[in-house]
Design a protein around this ligand. Structure first.
Ligand SMILES: CC(C)(COP(=O)(O)OP(=O)(O)OC[C@H]1O[C@@H](n2cnc3c(N)ncnc32)[C@H](O)[C@@H]1OP(=O)(O)O)[C@@H](O)C(=O)NCCC(=O)NCCS
Length: 170
């Protein structure tokens, strides 16, 4: 069998349909009711910080970052992170995470939030947000509401409601 190598590159507009189908397969129709999905629906993700994984011409994974305000503090909301089920456990999720977090750091972003499994995301440095420090516009399990400080001390001043914010023009 031919070994096809993994390519991680910035998301292109033409990836949208395949990513939507991947989200449908991974999260099902219930995804639209999830608080993080509903929050992100309010504004486009930042294409320069969102990455697609390809094996050959097959789209096998995606990660997106969306600009938000955490109280009055600028932050990014990470997600969805999705890997095609047949391609799980090959390091694709990790490669997408590292690429998007490196890009966010290089662009000077200070804080990344997400809703997800702490046992997975802790390997990238994500930690639980103290209870009620930040709130999402919908129910969220406090054990799954996580933050990564790209700049030390960036979480402490972030207090209140998380809301989407428009992407700044370059
Ligand atoms: C979670 C997900 C993105 C991981 O992608 P992946 O490419 O399989 O991950 P990697 O290959 O980089 O890492 C695999 C490791 O993560 C672990 N892992 C995967 N999902 C995990 C979870 N939910 N909790 C804890 N560990 C997890 C695996 O056991 C494996 O551990 P090991 O390194 O000790 O062997 C992928 O499984 C997925 O798309 N799941 C469904 C969608 C989802 O839950 N997305 C996250 C919420 S937005």
């Amino acid at each position: 069998m031919t070994e096809l190598s993994l390519l991680i590159r910035p998301e292109l507009p033409s990836d949208s349909d395949a990513i939507e189908r991947l989200h449908e397969r991974t999260f099902g129709p219930g995804r639209f009711a999830r608080t993080a999905f509903r929050l992100r629906e309010g504004a486009p993700h930042d294409a320069s910080l969102s990455f697609t994984a390809l094996v050959g011409t097959l789209l096998v994974g995606s990660v997106r970052l969306t600009p938000v305000l955490a109280g009055s503090q600028a932050a990014l909301m990470l997600g969805p992170l999705t890997v095609e089920p047949a391609f799980e456990n090959r390091g694709i999720g990790g490669a997408l995470m590292r690429r998007s977090l490196d890009a966010a750091r290089q662009e000077g972003h200070a804080l990344v939030l997400l809703v997800g499994d702490e046992p997975y995301y802790s390997r990238f440095g994500f930690k639980r947000i103290p209870y009620r420090q930040l709130e999402l516009p919908g129910p969220v399990n406090v054990e799954r509401f996580l933050a990564l400080e790209l700049a030390e001390g960036s979480l402490a001043p972030a207090r209140g409601m998380v809301a989407v914010r428009p992407v700044q023009a370059a």
